[in-house]
Design a binder for this molecule. Sequence first.
Ligand SMILES: C[S@@+](CC[C@H](N)C(=O)[O-])C[C@H]1O[C@@H](n2cnc3c(N)ncnc32)[C@H](O)[C@@H]1O
Length: 366
Amino acid sequence: MTNQRDLVESLAGEGLLPAEWRDAVASVDRALFIPEVFEGGDFHADPEAWIQAIYRDAPIITQINDGKSTPEGEFRLSTSSSSMPSVMLEMLTLLKVHDGHTVLEVGTGTGYNAAWLAHRLGEHRVFSVELDPTLAATARKNLKYAGFFPTVIVGNGHDGYPGGAPYNRIICTCTMRKIPRAWLEQCPNGRIVTPWGSSFFSGSYVSLSVVDGEAQGTFSGYPCFMWDRTQRAGAARISDLYHGETGQQGATEIPPQNVIQDDPAFFISLNVTDAWYQWCEADDGSEEATLWFFADDGKSWATVEYVPNADTYEVEQFGPRALWDEVRAAFLKWHDLGKPQRTRFGLTADPSGHRVWLDDPHNVIG
Ligand SMILES: C[S@@+](CC[C@H](N)C(=O)[O-])C[C@H]1O[C@@H](n2cnc3c(N)ncnc32)[C@H](O)[C@@H]1O
């Protein structure tokens, strides 16, 4: 993979390049949107590896820890990227963009997606909001070198950008917990697509049709986007959060891995919105594992110990919240509902708030 044509051919070969986006992808060189140094790549140290990396269908992490200098050995949170090209195309397909549309993008990053949109729609129809002023300035520069001048705004994507409204489409490239009211006002009749979720599970797109300011749609996909910076989930290394405290002991008959499968994890995430988990396998070949849960505020944790072929699993819970009890209750509620798949759920968002429903917008469950 050494040039844009290779990227185009590999996407097309995998059936991942919709005809309506082919021209844009073929015409806009990804190299113009990638910094010389990114997480795991350095043009000056190894130009060949740099080139191989950028023309692969893979994300490129372009910023960690909000651009703050991070000493060796410290936790590195990815905070901006050039998204995986096939994922960008998947989102644009969900967005159902038509020629002549005016589009607002939230999360400009390096500007690559804004360039595709500007190529297809014309730069005067493309508006992109980025929270980080340094990233926005770099994106403007990248776009200029590529020959595009869409409007790039520094701001919080929650506010949208009234200056370009009304929009036919809003695409958000960071994970949201809620659909901001401003989006419904600025795209009152159209379509909104965003990665959506809570700290427990954020691997869904929600694709919403908006009619007269009421948005309704369903969940799909397996996106892995960085968080909306203003509403991040907790994230850290276990060693940074656990300091040898002893919690309340207990046991459960639920095999811990059952609660983190996609469908139950999605449902649990509707009820336990501000906690996250990590599955840690023992490295001694025993196939044992610990499922850790942490509250976003770092004050509570829980563990469930998985041992192959066991009938019950040890539980430990520490802090003001009994996190395993919360997860278990939501998991059992999901069982009571007949273990529905994630794709059966939908979301309605209007000025009065958010409602998640199962199968039918009237069957509100959260
Ligand atoms: C995955 S990157 C964007 C990828 C980009 N659209 C592309 O073309 O490759 C997500 C971006 O969202 C930005 N972001 C996060 N929270 C935001 C917010 N509340 N408002 C605007 N931008 C935000 C981040 O700074 C980051 O640059």
